[in-house]
Design a protein around this ligand. Structure first.
Ligand code: HEC
Ligand code: HEC
Length: 219
């Protein structure tokens, strides 16, 4: 029974993969790269969020929300019109972006096999968000109590909960999203959760949460 089951899982998994065309996805990403960067690393201190590290599933969902304007994203309006981003392209680009891996620190230099070009390429895929001030301990306590069940203890997100990574995402961007949740411009998970989770937090608690998240990607 077991081998058959795992065979079936492999078969299902590969159909899902082959359903998306990564080469086409890579081409479409050239448009996205204008703002989000070639390696989907984001930029301008979080004016453009990182996309690398997000699941294909999450990227797809947000793109659909942009298309329907349920989540307002003015800069992306021209890129998410049905003609510009039909469902097939949406799937391909999401699948492609989900394959990009960034590093929060560079591996130690291997003196014997040092390759300057490889090192340069690697350094382009380096992203470690800047530490921001706050009470890291208080932020950690709050995070582990209120957020980690969905976003993961290490902040890398949980597929099962459809919750994206928070650690390694730019603090400015996260703050903007929390503000959008607080004012009801964006819906967090479901309306009830966003009301109860974000509305009662003080600015200081939010700063502590963001401070803790800004160091969570350091190791
Ligand atoms: C003109 C600049 C621009 C271009 C081009 C662009 N984006 Fe964006 N994108 C943004 C901005 C700005 C945000 C943040 C919106 C916000 O603050 O809520 C964003 C947010 C996103 C998000 C949400 C991330 C998250 O963590 O929720 C996804 C997914 C995304 N973009 C995917 C894409 C893809 C895929 C493309 C190419 C088809 C693309 N973007 C092209 C500017 C751009
Ligand atoms: C019940 C599960 C759940 C809990 C608990 C939860 N989240 Fe989320 N969070 C989600 C989901 C799902 C999303 C993705 C889409 C959405 O609904 O906005 C999300 C999205 C976010 C985003 C936007 C990320 C992006 O890339 O745009 C931020 C910021 C965020 N959550 C912060 C928090 C913080 C801080 C806490 C704890 C105070 C928390 N969340 C607790 C489920 C959860």
């Amino acid at each position: 029974m077991k081998p058959l089951l795992s065979l079936l899982t492999v078969a299902l998994f590969s159909t899902h993969l082959s359903a998306a065309n990564l080469d086409i996805g890579e081409e479409i990403n050239e448009v996205c790269a204008g703002c989000h960067g070639e390696y989907a690393e984001g930029g301008k201190e979080g004016e453009y969020p990182r996309l690398a590290g997000l699941s294909a599933d999450y990227i797809e969902r947000e793109l659909r929300l942009f298309k329907s304007k349920e989540r307002l994203n003015h800069p992306m309006v021209p890129y998410t019109k049905e003609r510009e981003l039909p469902e097939e392209d949406l799937l391909d680009v999401s699948a492609y972006i989900a394959t990009i891996e960034l590093y929060s620190k560079l591996p130690p230099i291997d003196e014997e096999n040092f390759n300057a070009y490889e090192r340069l390429l690697l350094s382009k895929k380096l992203l470690n968000v800047r530490r921001i001030d706050g009470d890291y301990e208080a932020g950690k306590e709050l995070y582990n109590k209120e957020c980690s069940s969905c976003h993961g203890r290490d902040g890398t997100g949980k597929l099962k909960k459809k919750a994206p990574l928070l650690a390694g995402q730019y603090s400015n961007y996260l703050l903007k999203q929390i503000r959008a949740y607080r004012t009801g411009k964006r819906t967090h998970d479901n309306e009830e959760t966003s009301e109860s989770i974000f509305k009662e937090y003080s600015e200081e608690q939010i700063q502590n949460l963001l401070a803790y998240l800004s160091i969570l990607d350091d190791d």
